[in-house]
Every structure is written in structure tokens, then in C-alpha cells.
Design a protein. Structure first.
Lengths: 95, 266
């Protein structure tokens, strides 16, 4: 019925759909070498934003590698930080 | 007063060997016990568990831990727990332990816990077998926590702490997408805590959540996921029971779980 159905435009194919790319990246981060469920992946206009805190620089590199592969063709921005490892400078009093 | 240090979600692997040890070595100066709130490894492998074990081995304060979902991912939770115990930690699942410290006697009841959601928005034990199993498992974990806290209630503890990986309350999930709350915790844990009574509840799991929360029964809840506290651990000073004779009725009776003291309402 749809005149475009037999001739899908490139940008309408599932492979070019940014939402599915985001979902597949999130799935890969969970199941893949990163095992990272703490990184949020969100479509922001024409790009993808990665945010969250990871335990090590190596983990961050794994996340970015996965993003480059899964989001091929889409620009992405990373605001991923590495968890702090300092001792606390004060305690909380639970009186 | 008992000084409780706690952290969860340290997600260690060979690449992070030694990163927390310098901070952990300062524990005797500021804490009586270290609680580890699960997700101590990235994939739950034996290799990663050895890294965690080396990180805590020989610490000058007692270590009490629960495992998290990441620690189950390689299907070897018993081996992970055994390695941590070999390094001196007590790993709890549906049981409690009492630690005698300079600050007092602290009882810790632990379970990993599980998801299911919160009051009015929770999963039900209905339908497909896997759905019923999901809810039953969560209830099983919560029942273990309640029993453990109740047993600790008869062991002359100055302070009782509920240690879980999943969250007992929604408050400490603030910052996470609402849609995933049912995967981050369950009210069943809070109900267990409020039924049996506790002085503090500590959990992890919600990396984008918030540190502070409280059960409807007035028990303070702290999300100590490392990404939330942004440190190697946080320290909470928990007031124990007043010495016997310090006040009318003090010393012999625990604060009823369902009747918060005025201080708990502030």
C-alpha cells in the first residue's frame, strides 16, 4: 500500500534506524566484554550520547569500541567518567 | 557509635588490580567494618574474584559482603564467594553475622535481593512459569533477609544493618529511568527490613541513582554504588543502643521497626 514499501529509502531501513542502533549497542554493552549496564545510551537529534561511570579506563575503551562498531555511520558523543577511588573526607552522622 | 564503611559496584577485573587498596588501607582510621554491596566483579569470573580477594585480603577491619548480579554472570557464585571468604570476608546470602568491633556489636543481615518493582507498580506472581519464578525468587531473597534480621534481633547487637545489592526503596533510584525501576529493586526488601527492624540499610546496583533514602518504616537507606558515592567507600556513623540505665527503658529493648523514633522522622 505504501509506495515506498518496495523501495525503502536507505535512511528508513532498520540498519539506518538510530533507535535500533541504540538498542543494539545497549544490548551489546550488557552482554559483551564490557558487561556494562551503567552506561546510558540516548539518541540526541542526529547523534548518540553516552553517559555514565565505569570502573576503569579499559572498560571505557571497550564501551567506546563497541559504540564505534554498533553506531557506524552515526556520530556519538561520550561523557563517560571513571569511578573515584579516593577515601572519603568525612562521615555521615546517622543520629 | 559504630562506624560503618560501605561500597558496592566496584566491578573489579585484572585491569583494576590494586586501585582500591590504598583507600582500603585507611579503613582502620575511620571505620569498624567494611560492607561490600555486591557487583564486586565485572563478569563473575574466578579470575576477577581473585582480584577482589587480593584487594581485601588482610584488611585491618572485618569485611562483610553480598554478591550482585554481575557476580552471578559466569554462573559460579559459589566459587566467587569461596574466594572472597578465603580472603577473610564473610559473604552473606539469606543469613546474618555478628561482628564485634571496638565501637560495639554489629549484626549484618545480607542477601543479593532481586527486582520486581515497588508498591503499586510491581510484578505479580502470575502467568508464565518464568514470570512466577521471577517473583518467587525475589520473595525468597526478601524472606531470607527478614529471617536473618529477626535472628540478629536476639543476639544482643548494638546495631543491625541490612546489606543487599538490589534496592529496597525507589528513593535511592532517583536519577535512573523510571522504566527500569522494576529491575533495580523491590519493595519486598523494604517490607522485610521494616518487619524485622534495622538501623541502616545499604545497597548498590543503581549506578545513576541517589545515595539517600528511607523506608516507609523509617529505616535509613543508603545507595553506596561506587558511581553514586564517587569514592572508594562511604562511612556512616550509626548510633547503637544506649547503655543500660542511661534512660527509662533504654538498653533492654530495641526500637520497634514500625514506630520510628523522632530522630528518624527528620
Amino acid at each position: 500500500m505504501n509506495e515506498h514499501s518496495t523501495h525503502p529509502a536507505d535512511d528508513a531501513s532498520p540498519a539506518q534506524n538510530i533507535e535500533y542502533r541504540v538498542a543494539h549497542l545497549q544490548d551489546r554493552l550488557t552482554k559483551g566484554e564490557a558487561a556494562e549496564q551503567g552506561v546510558r545510551v540516548e539518541a540526541r537529534g542526529p547523534a548518540v550520547l553516552l553517559t555514565g561511570t565505569v570502573p576503569s579506563a579499559q572498560c571505557r575503551d571497550q564501551v567506546l569500541r563497541a559504540a564505534e562498531e554498533e553506531l557506524a555511520g552515526f556520530p556519538f558523543h561520550s561523557d563517560i567518567v571513571i569511578a573515584g577511588t579516593d577515601s572519603p573526607d568525612h562521615a555521615e552522622e546517622l543520629a | 557509635m559504630i562506624r560503618v564503611a560501605a561500597v558496592g559496584d566496584i566491578h573489579m577485573g585484572p585491569e583494576s588490580q590494586g586501585v582500591l587498596r590504598p583507600a582500603f588501607d585507611t579503613l582502620p582510621e575511620c571505620a569498624d567494618v567494611l560492607l561490600l554491596a555486591g557487583d564486586l566483579t565485572r563478569h563473575g569470573t574466578v579470575e576477577e574474584a581473585r582480584v577482589v580477594a587480593d584487594e581485601i585480603r588482610g584488611l585491618a577491619v572485618p569485611v562483610v559482603a553480598v554478591l550482585g548480579n554481575h557476580d552471578h554472570h559466569d554462573d559460579r557464585p559459589d566459587e566467587v564467594a569461596a574466594l572472597l571468604e578465603d580472603a577473610g570476608a564473610q559473604v552473606l546470602e539469606g543469613r546474618g553475622t555478628v561482628v564485634d568491633t571496638a565501637g560495639g556489636r554489629i549484626g549484618v543481615a545480607g542477601t543479593k535481593g532481586f527486582g520486581g518493582g515497588f508498591v503499586g507498580r510491581s510484578a505479580g506472581e502470575f502467568g508464565e512459569p518464568v514470570m512466577k519464578e521471577f517473583v518467587r525468587y525475589s520473595r525468597h531473597c526478601a524472606d531470607g533477609l527478614r529471617r536473618s534480621l529477626e535472628e540478629l534481633g536476639g543476639q544482643d547487637c548494638d546495631v543491625r544493618v541490612a546489606l543487599t545489592h538490589f534496592s529496597p526503596v525507589a528513593e535511592t533510584l532517583a536519577g535512573e529511568p523510571l522504566e527500569i525501576y522494576p529491575f533495580l529493586g523491590t519493595y519486598l526488601l523494604a517490607e522485610a527490613i521494616d518487619t524485622a527492624g534495622a538501623d541502616l540499610a545499604v545497597h548498590g546496583h543503581a549506578h545513576a541513582g541517589s545515595e539517600h533514602g528511607i523506608t516507609s518504616g523509617g529505616v535509613r537507606v543508603r545507595n553506596v554504588a561506587q558511581p553514586v558515592i564517587k569514592r572508594a567507600f562511604n562511612v556512616y556513623h550509626v548510633q547503637g543502643r544506649e547503655p543500660a540505665g542511661a534512660g527509662a527503658g533504654a538498653g533492654d529493648e530495641r526500637r520497634p521497626a514500625d514506630v520510628p523514633s523522632p530522630g528518624y522522622m527528620t
